[in-house]
Design a protein around this ligand. Structure first.
Ligand code: EPS
Length: 376
């Protein structure tokens, strides 16, 4: 399975094109629209989200609500479709200057219209479609905000994803710690008053993943690497870690690796510091991914920049923007991980139809459970 997005922030719409998606999946449009709705939300968002009401329009690949195996084309039409005013003063931190140099264009709108995080509408639509497929294999995902502007949330033990999702969706910052949330909101208000922006950290988890997705045999088949690339490619993401991530570098090996134990005749792990991947493959444990988002680069109190026409020192472009978009990014991160896990599932279990995949999956799980017979 592969996918691409197209579309500009103030163009006609955002489009997602998915090729190689298995046939036979019943598509719940409401589920996809719900994730698009969550992507639009979160305390600290700017004025644009009051204009848009992101909903999918399926243009191909789905008949009578069921995937046909043909390419799927999804459109989300922009309500704020308009010709944006040209701009010659790049924002530090945005794609403006690097893109202007690369493409030899002074009007940075030629760059920023496509670089805009509005593109993530397409990724969330594809991610939600992938989640519907993963549900058929009892694979579930959640994401939540763990940190904003240096304020950290306490994360409880998460057993039931549905219960936890309800807590997250009732929080304006998609975080489970209401005390921390209140402080985060104060920080966002302070940033708004200072005409500044704030970043943070979010976490994505995946439960019910079978062992053996991805492969140790080649660099570009390693699932941890693929997940890192998918998440790092989200606008404004500057760091990605899996499991205990950077913390592993500060501990002894005995405090990092997850012991292998036998319980009721089943092989289990005593902990999950690896975050569900070893050797570039899933090990059957929960996948845990965290990502660091930098503050949005459009500042109402702009940093110094240079006018690309006059070469005069000028304040950077000031435009409508978000103060904090970490909750929205957590939904995009969830989509990015769902897409990579789905691609790996299709690779492992054959992707023409859902029924064929399910048969192969059940057979493989049975073999894994009967480990002495399976591993010879
Ligand atoms: C976004 C819509 C955009 C931006 C944001 C993402 O709306 P507008 O530019 O019309 O205000 O708020 O884009 C960026 C963060 C960016 O870097 O360009 C959205 O729908 O997510």
């Amino acid at each position: 399975m592969r996918f691409f997005t197209a579309g500009e922030s103030h163009g006609k719409g955002i489009f997602a094109f998915v090729d190689g998606f298995p046939a036979g999946l019943k598509v719940d449009n409401d589920y996809i629209n719900k994730l698009l709705f969550l992507r639009q939300g979160g305390y600290g968002r700017g004025g644009r989200q009051k204009i848009e009401k992101d909903q999918i329009d399926i243009l191909s690949g789905i008949r009578k609500g069921i995937t046909t195996g043909a390419p799927i084309l999804i459109a989300v039409w922009n309500k704020d479709f308009r010709e944006v005013k040209e701009s010659f003063v790049p924002r530090p931190g945005h794609s403006d200057l690097a893109g202007a140099l690369k493409y030899g264009i002074k009007d940075t709108r030629f760059i920023s219209e496509r670089a805009s995080a509005r593109e993530t509408v397409g990724r969330v639509a594809v991610g939600a479609l992938c989640e519907l497929l993963l549900k058929e294999f009892q694979i579930e995902l959640i994401s939540f905000v763990t940190e904003i502007g240096g304020i950290r949330a306490r994360i409880p033990e998460i057993t039931d994803y549905s219960d936890f999702s309800r807590i997250i969706e009732n929080s304006e910052l998609y975080t489970p710690d209401s005390e921390a949330e209140a402080k985060m909101k104060e920080m966002i208000d302070a940033a708004r008053r200072k005409k500044d922006t704030l970043g943070g950290v979010f976490e994505v988890r995946v439960k019910g993943v079978p062992p053996g997705l991805g492969s140790h045999t080649q660099w570009d088949k390693k699932l941890d690497g693929r997940i890192a690339q998918a998440v790092m490619s989200i606008q404004a993401i500057k760091g990605v870690e899996i499991g205990i991530g950077f913390e592993a570098a500060r501990r002894f090996g005995s405090e990092v690796h997850d012991e292998i134990i036998i319980e009721d005749g089943k092989i289990k792990r005593a902990s999950n510091r690896a975050g569900g991947t070893e050797g570039g493959m899933t090990n059957g444990n929960e996948i845990v991914v965290r990502a660091a988002m930098k503050p949005i680069s459009t500042l109402y109190n702009p940093l110094r920049s240079v006018n690309l026409e006059s070469l005069n020192q000028e304040p950077a472009l000031v435009d409508r923007s978000d103060i904090c978009a970490v909750p929205a990014a957590s939904i995009v991160g969830r989509a990015a991980v769902a897409i990579e896990v789905t691609r790996a599932m299709i690779e492992k279990f054959g992707g023409d139809s859902l029924s064929e995949m399910l048969e192969n999956y059940k057979n493989y799980i049975k073999r894994c459970e009967n480990i002495q017979e399976w591993i010879k």
